[in-house]
Design a protein around this ligand. Structure first.
Ligand SMILES: *Cc1c(COP(=O)(O)O)cnc(C)c1O
Ligand SMILES: [Zn+2]
Length: 421
């Protein structure tokens, strides 16, 4: 089959079922036809070891494509809006507030559409083009739609975005501006996703998180790769990861294991912790109940980007947390808002609700003694606060309104300094 010569070294062996191990060709497939397990890209690590080094990565571009050899792309036609290689910031002031001396913020709000979804979409749209699709689509809680619409616009692909009808205005406009067909479904994300699975099987489209999901999901590994490279090729002691479907957490753990397996880091001791809002925390509950499976819930939270009640990769996220020695924790919507404000006030980073979950869970893990004050900690801040202004608009100060003259300012300023000093 195909035209690849038998002796050509290939970095990928195929798609492999996570449950029964059956192999499939590298096509737009996502489900095992024997056991209905999810398919995952399987690499030839012996071959990868011969082509990948710290130096080969460091000499790559300042984007996620510096890890191209460890991603499931084959050609040189890489879709690049500039996703990835976002700042890793030493968080001195937030660290002080939480009692941590070595806290880092991975600021993925600095992506082209202001969330980490640009990583997965860069890979998925590259594959969509490799496979010859003329239309890309997705089921989205908001950020994914924004990113797919932008990357479709950039590459000239037709685009359909499916979202729950009750999303934040910033997320709706954040897709519409790129002029996709945006379909608002009267239902929650899990209903949108079920509908999209049916649409995907009838239309010949590249659904980035359905039939392209095995490739899409690999893009999340780059967040793990970058953290390690930016720490000087050292894995941190802890990473705190927000969870929706659980894919990001699963792939961050996979990334660390791959770096270790390829000899790019000497030691792997990182505990990977998962964070969810209480109003949608099926993975956290399963973790705490020591359950093998994740029981679906009906989401009720302001954290819409994480509001997936039936998480596709929940069991793999559970496995990753258990294998790494991490834990899962949930926080209230109120703690989420406090987390957003704390990060903004101490570090100058305005995150969306999902980042509030990360910060609030981080705080909780420090209070519980799970994270020690001298350990190296990375908090993944995955999306930007300008998209979820509703969450904080009535929880912040109001502007001070004055007449346009100096006296008016001085009057207000005098009273302000008298009040605060
Ligand atoms: C999608 C998303 C996540 C997590 O997604 P997974 O489905 O668990 O991979 C985290 N943060 C933000 C802002 C997101 O949009
Ligand atoms: Zn199978």
């Amino acid at each position: 089959m195909g035209c690849i010569k038998e002796d050509t070294p290939r970095k990928m062996r195929g798609l492999k079922c996570r449950e029964c191990g059956a192999y499939y060709p590298l096509e737009a497939l996502h489900v095992c036809e024997f056991c209905f397990g999810p398919l995952e890209v399987d690499y030839d690590y012996d071959y990868l070891r011969t082509i990948v080094s710290r130096q080969s990565i460091e000499s790559g571009p300042p984007s996620l494509w510096r890890y191209k050899d460890l991603l499931p792309v084959e050609g040189e036609n890489l879709v690049n809006l500039g996703a990835g290689f976002t700042p890793l910031i030493k968080a001195e002031r937030l660290g002080k507030r939480l009692g941590l001396r070595n806290l880092f913020i991975k600021n993925d709000t600095a992506n082209p559409t202001w969330s980490f979804k640009d990583r997965v979409v860069s890979v998925a749209v590259t594959k969509a083009i490799e496979f010859g699709f003329d239309t890309v689509a997705c089921a989205s809680t908001g950020n994914l739609g924004n990113s797919v619409a932008a990357h479709a616009a950039h590459t000239g692909l037709r685009c359909f975005i499916f979202i729950p009808a009750d999303l934040e205005l910033g997320k709706v406009i954040g897709s519409l501006i790129y002029n996709p067909t945006l379909v608002a479904v009267k239902g929650n994300y899990d209903e949108v996703n079920r509908l999209c699975a049916e649409i995907a099987s009838t239309m010949g489209w590249g659904f980035v998180n359905i039939n392209l999901r095995p490739y899409y999901a690999e893009g999340s590994k780059t967040l793990g790769f970058e953290v390690v490279e930016q720490l000087g090729w050292k894995a941190p002691d802890h990473i705190v990861v927000p969870m929706a479907s659980g894919s990001l957490l699963t792939k961050v753990w996979k990334a660390l294991k791959e770096l270790h397996r390829l000899g790019l880091i000497d030691e792997l001791h990182t505990k990977v912790h998962g964070a969810q809002p209480e109003g949608c925390s099926p993975i956290v509950r399963a973790f705490k109940e020591n359950a093998e499976f994740v029981r679906p819930v009906k989401p009720n939270t302001i954290v819409k980007s994480l509001a997936i009640g039936n998480p596709a990769d929940g069991i793999y996220a559970l496995q990753a947390m258990r294998e790494s020695g991490g834990v899962a924790e949930a926080v209230t919507d109120d703690e989420v808002i406090e987390g957003i404000k704390l990060l903004a006030e101490t570090e100058g980073i305005f995150t969306e609700t999902a980042g509030g979950v990360t910060v609030a869970v981080l705080k909780k893990l420090v209070e519980q003694g799970i994270i020690g004050s001298d350990e190296t900690v990375v908090a993944l801040i995955t999306g930007c606060g300008l998209k979820t202004q509703e969450a904080v608009s009535d929880r912040i100060a109001q502007p001070i309104v004055i007449e346009p003259n100096l006296r008016a300012f001085q009057e207000r300023f005098a009273s302000l300094t008298a009040a605060t000093r």
